[in-house]
Design a protein around this ligand. Structure first.
Ligand code: ASP
Length: 338
């Protein structure tokens, strides 16, 4: 892990310095959400361990010749199952005290996609996104319909208690007191002294496989104190998740309501495809648009040549992100803003 004090783009600069980086190699990139900047090394280390596990699992699929879609799902599931992340177990609460989960998946080779929103009972929403993509002719299924579909397709179902963590519950009470929506990064910024643990966010992944196919996925509990029924960017194809074999695959995290308005996923892909920006330039330009509308968050991406791009609103937060190229050691970064 690299904690880049004073160097917001250190993670990316390191990659650019890697001579092997020009070779097209299957790769997976992931994020574990954004966070405030006051975290300790120990706090980083805990998250890094899970993210390393996630990268290794995705990398193994790619090394064995598996698909980008499979790699993305496996990597996301590991983070969904860990209560440290705001996805699956450990999801944040709505204003009414529910956990409502959103997830999406897109295959860049077919441009097929699937997503679920407002699920209250699926253990791994990313698996349900795959069911929507592969077994229905729809793209987004919400609420009870999503839970019913998952159950009918044999996915593991849970009750609301499964998602509960005391930290997330406390976070809701804090948000209510302040009458505001909290990103995980807000949690860390404003309440670091109240809790021993920071609360990292949404999870996502994008990958390029050995056949040259791209895929991306995202999974989240959303934003603390969101209105019950609110759907963020994470299950919206073209916003929180996008993949196109002719450009890039990406996953977003942050203030989803604004990411939707920027159509972040499609915007970055279009900047790459039509304006011929690099993967890095495309996500940086897109994040600028998010910031211009008052949004916060970040994007991880990988282009059709296996070149990654990482960008986030750097003024107040960092983004946990990592990458694993086949044949190389996975790396996790949490660069600190300037
Ligand atoms: N983008 C997510 C949402 O708005 C939240 C996050 O990424 O932290 O639902």
């Amino acid at each position: 892990m690299v904690i880049a004090a004073g160097g917001a783009t250190l993670g990316y600069n390191l990659l650019q310095a890697n001579p092997k980086f020009t070779k097209k190699v299957p790769i997976i990139v992931i994020h574990g959400g954004t966070s405030g900047l006051g975290l300790t090394k120990e706090e980083f280390a805990k998250r890094e361990a899970i993210m390393q596990k996630s990268l290794l699992a995705g990398q193994k699929i790619l090394t064995d010749g598996g698909s980008a879609t499979d790699a993305v799902i496996v990597a996301i599931k590991i983070m969904e199952d860990n209560p440290l992340f705001n996805a699956g177990k450990g999801a944040v609460f709505t204003a009414d005290g529910f956990n409502e989960l959103d997830a999406s998946l897109m295959d860049g080779s077919t441009k097929k996609a699937g997503a679920v929103a407002m699920s209250r009972a699926i253990k791994n929403p990313i698996e349900a996104a795959r069911v929507v993509m592969e077994k229905t002719w729809h793209t987004l299924i919400a609420g009870e319909g999503a839970d019913k579909l998952a159950k009918e397709n044999g996915l593991e179902m849970v009750n609301q208690k499964y998602y509960f963590t005391q930290e997330r519950y406390n976070q809701l009470q804090e948000a209510k007191k302040k009458d505001k929506l909290l990103l995980d990064s807000d949690k860390v910024k404003t309440h670091l002294n109240l809790y021993t643990e920071p609360y990292l966010g949404t999870v996502g992944a994008a990958a390029l496989d050995s056949k040259g196919n791209l895929a991306a996925g995202t999974s989240t509990g959303g934003m603390t104190n969101k209105m019950t029924g609110r759907i963020g960017d994470s299950p919206i194809i073209g916003a929180g998740t996008y993949a196109d074999n002719d450009s890039l695959a990406l996953s977003c995290t942050g203030t989803g309501d604004i990411f939707i308005r920027v159509a972040t996923g499609h915007e970055a892909s279009s900047l790459y495809k039509y304006k011929k920006l690099s993967a890095q330039q495309a996500v940086e330009e897109t994040i600028k648009q998010v910031a211009a509308l008052g949004g916060e968050g970040g994007i991880v991406s990988v282009d059709k040549n296996g070149i990654p791009g990482f960008a986030w609103t750097k003024n107040k937060l960092g983004m946990f992100h990592g990458l694993a190229r086949v044949g190389e050691k996975p790396q996790v970064f949490f660069p600190v803003a300037r």
